[in-house]
Design a protein around this ligand. Structure first.
Ligand code: ATP
Ligand code: FE
Length: 328
């Protein structure tokens, strides 16, 4: 089955083509340079750029896959959550294309896309397992009970993990996105030389928090610690926080398999720390951790039950994945 997947939830236009769980093309048009000089994503600029590039990007992805638009069996696009103006571009394009081709359209939850990206190289894995989504907008720990059935075990009380990397990078005068920049600078620093305390270290629950850590980084900068040492210490504590909560959840809920998704899953210190915990780990392959269209096509393939989504369902900027999740 040939599936086209589209993601325009934030500042990257992602278009992917997947055939039977195999990624055949994955094209991302990054808007990083466009937004960099504004110090953050400007929603209106993001929507306009998505509008400008979506059609040529779809043509390129189809060409790379070696198929015509008429060979597609399904068209999938992100329904939410995300920036509404940005979402609407890909969602409306996908619906229009499916309608014109008389093919089914599948509306996909963005976080489900991130989850299925981590399964791209592990088709043999079946639920139940634990899943951590650590991205620019989410730090959510789920129990995946069955395909499409999720229970939220813990979430961030304030900033998301990726957001913390981005904010600390900005404090340190580094570029956006902050995660890779911090990771690079951290290699030159001593992670033990700046005293930063572990967030929520006495909690018995499974919550995450990053805003206190970000403030502690600002104080350390004022005190004159070296930037590389601060980056290394921040990364050590952020990784330890994520890992300690996740490992505790694995023990208390009896799981030995952990899926890690979202941009922060690319962090090699996090990967090393989790590897040391003795869990079976599933990470997204290169190119599938941050936003992309292939992950949306993969999610559509996994959740496809022969029935397309209704075309009149609107895009949703706030869209919880589970019933127990706060909506904003
Ligand atoms: P959401 O999916 O919650 O809407 P998003 O789509 O913006 O958010 P992603 O594209 O999954 O998020 O990930 C981007 C985030 O991942 C950024 O905050 C970025 O700093 C972070 N990130 C990317 N690479 C790394 C890395 N190597 N280490 C830590 N963080 C990273
Ligand atoms: Fe995302």
């Amino acid at each position: 089955m040939w599936i086209l997947g589209i993601d325009t939830s934030c500042d990257d236009t992602g278009v992917g083509v997947v055939r039977d769980d195999r990624v055949v093309s994955n094209r991302v048009a990054s808007q990083t340079l466009l937004h960099q000089r504004h110090g953050g994503v400007v929603p209106e600029l993001a929507s306009r750029e998505h509008t400008r590039v979506i059609d040529p990007l779809v043509q390129t992805a189809l060409q790379e896959a070696g198929i015509s638009v008429h060979d597609l069996d399904l068209v999938a696009a992100t329904k939410g959550p995300g920036l509404i103006g940005a979402l609407l571009v890909g969602y409306t394009y996908g619906k229009g294309l499916a309608f014109a081709l008389d093919k089914p359209f599948v509306a996909v939850h963005h976080l489900e896309g991130h989850l299925y990206a981590a399964l791209a190289e592990h088709p043999e894995v079946t639920p139940p397992f634990l899943a951590l989504v650590a991205s620019g907008g989410h730090t959510h720990l789920f129990e995946v009970r069955a395909w499409g059935q999720y229970q939220l075990l813990g979430a961030t009380m304030d900033d998301a993990a990726g957001e913390a990397f981005d904010k600390v990078a900005r404090l340190l005068g580094l570029g956006y996105p902050g995660g890779p920049e911090i990771e690079r600078l951290a290699r030159e620093g001593n992670p033990q030389s700046v005293p930063l305390s572990l967030p929520l270290k006495d909690q018995s629950g499974l919550a995450f928090s990053f805003s206190g850590l970000k403030t502690a980084v600002a104080r350390a900068l004022e005190k004159g610690y070296a930037r590389a040492d601060i980056a290394a210490a921040f990364q050590r504590v952020a990784v330890e926080h994520l890992a300690s909560v996740v490992v505790r959840a694995a023990k208390s809920h009896g799981h030995s398999t952990l899926l890690v998704a979202g941009g922060v899953a690319q962090n090699s210190a996090l990967r090393a720390r989790l590897q040391a915990a003795g869990l079976r780990l599933l990470f997204p392959p290169p190119g599938l951790a941050t936003d992309n269209g292939a992950m949306i096509a993969l999610a559509a393939g996994h959740t496809w039950r022969g029935q397309g989504s209704a075309l009149q369902v609107p895009a949703q900027p706030y869209l919880p994945l589970t019933m127990d999740e706060p909506t904003c």
